[in-house]
Design a protein around this ligand. Structure first.
Ligand code: SF4
Ligand code: SF4
Length: 398
């Protein structure tokens, strides 16, 4: 494993463990399987583990695994304040103490304000006393490093970055997001301040692996490298010295081993001009097929009217990246034939979802467009007939 330093010179493994995608057993995390995966990573030198208050069961699961294996002192835990749930200053301690208890620890190595998208959110936190609270937690040693995870545009990122003496930050970054979100400008600005940058969504919610169009796969295949799509994505990140840790939500030991290998052998500045030409072809092929730049992050959910926003966009994109029938089939399975109808036509245009979308997608407009493509009249009638038969209702769907 290779390491890059944090603000105070502590080495962090270039591969970090994203703890939001463990395999489930029934409704709970399969803890024995997660333990094997985490320990495979730990034994290979991964020392950074990222979770959050809202990742269901994750904090408790990793807390148990670290305790069982007596490795708490040897690894770094990053977790996050659910700032969107904070009404007043009292909430700060309540959530933080609950997180300590779930994680079976009395300190957090890297603590983030979760999912800031603009300055207003940071200002709101300041108004409930976050600055004094951070000062107190750092003084008593229960928070070692303070940072924020970010999903808005570059301008707001720079404003938040420059408003406080942060120890680190976390951004969505990958070869499709070079100039969106915090972007390369945000990455470089943070690095220039000596702040380590943790990368999330390196595969853009799996899109850079599972949803690559044929043209993108062909460009990779013809490159002369035997790299998998995931390896292309990780190498692009590690090539940049400003990137400190890349998080990956690994849910198999094989995936851990593969990602460890890539993080162990990729050096900054190792990509060549011909490699970058491959990335250009891959990006062009993806952009040519993409109708909606939805990553499936679900920050827009739940919709008060029950619209399955990411499910609809995923199926809509599949119509163009695979085929119309594949997209409509996916739509029928994920959206059209679920018990509670979740069609785009249920949208009342309240706009709540758009306030939370890190990709700044005009969701209301795109939902209309997607619905038109996914449910032409014969298909709409067909789905309603099947729904009537399956659920004996049919009136709720539209
Ligand atoms: S605008 Fe439509 S899809 Fe978005 S939250 Fe409101 S009702 Fe739901
Ligand atoms: S529409 Fe936006 S917020 Fe919703 S899942 Fe897609 S990217 Fe995430």
């Amino acid at each position: 494993m290779q390491y890059r330093n944090d603000k105070y010179g502590t080495p962090l493994s270039m591969l970090g463990y994203g703890c939001m995608r463990f395999t489930k057993k029934g409704n709970a995390i399969d803890i024995d399987k997660a333990e094997k995966e985490i320990m495979a990573a730990y034994n290979a030198g991964v020392n950074y583990y990222d979770t959050a208050y809202i990742y269901a069961g994750s904090e408790a699961a990793i807390g148990e695994i670290f305790e069982r294996n007596h490795i708490r002192e040897k690894i770094k835990i990053a977790t996050k304040l659910p700032q969107y749930l904070i009404g007043n200053g009292a909430g700060l301690d309540r959530y933080f103490n609950e997180e300590l208890s779930r994680l079976r620890t009395d300190y957090i190595d890297y603590y983030l304000m979760h999912h800031l998208t603009d300055v207003a959110m940071w200002e709101k936190l300041k108004n409930v006393g976050i600055l004094d609270w951070i000062r107190q937690k750092k003084a008593e040693g229960t928070i070692r490093n303070i940072g924020f995870s970010y999903h808005g545009n570059t301008d707001n990122f720079l404003k938040i970055l420059n408003d406080y003496d942060w120890d680190f930050c976390q951004i969505q970054y990958n070869y499709l997001d070079e100039v969106t979100q915090a972007g390369v400008d945000g990455l470089k600005a943070a690095a220039a301040k000596g702040i380590p940058v943790i990368i999330m969504e390196p595969l853009r919610g799996g899109k850079l692996v599972n949803m690559l169009p044929d043209g993108a796969r062909a460009a990779m295949r013809d490159s002369g490298h035997a790299w998998s799509p995931a390896e292309w994505a990780f190498r692009w990140l590690y090539n940049q010295p400003e990137v400190t840790v890349v998080l990956s939500g690994m849910n198999s030991v094989e995936m851990v081993e593969e990602n460890v290998r890539i993080a162990s052998e990729t050096e900054a500045g190792s990509l060549t001009d011909s490699d970058f030409a491959v990335y250009d072809k891959v990006i062009s092929a993806i952009k040519a097929t993409e109708k909606v730049g939805c990553t499936g992050c679900r920050y827009c959910m739940p919709c008060p009217k029950g619209v399955d926003i990411p499910g609809i966009f995923r199926a809509y994109n599949t119509m163009f990246s695979e085929s119309k029938s594949a997209g409509r089939f996916q739509f029928a399975q994920a959206v059209g034939l679920t018990k509670e109808p979740s069609f785009a036509t249920q949208c009342i245009g309240c706009g709540k979802c758009e306030q939370h979308c890190p990709q700044e997608i005009p969701i209301r407009e795109k939902l209309k467009e997607a619905d038109k493509a996914l449910r032409p009249l014969p298909y709409k009638v067909g789905i309603n007939v099947v729904r009537k038969f399956m659920f004996r209702e049919g009136k709720k769907s539209s």
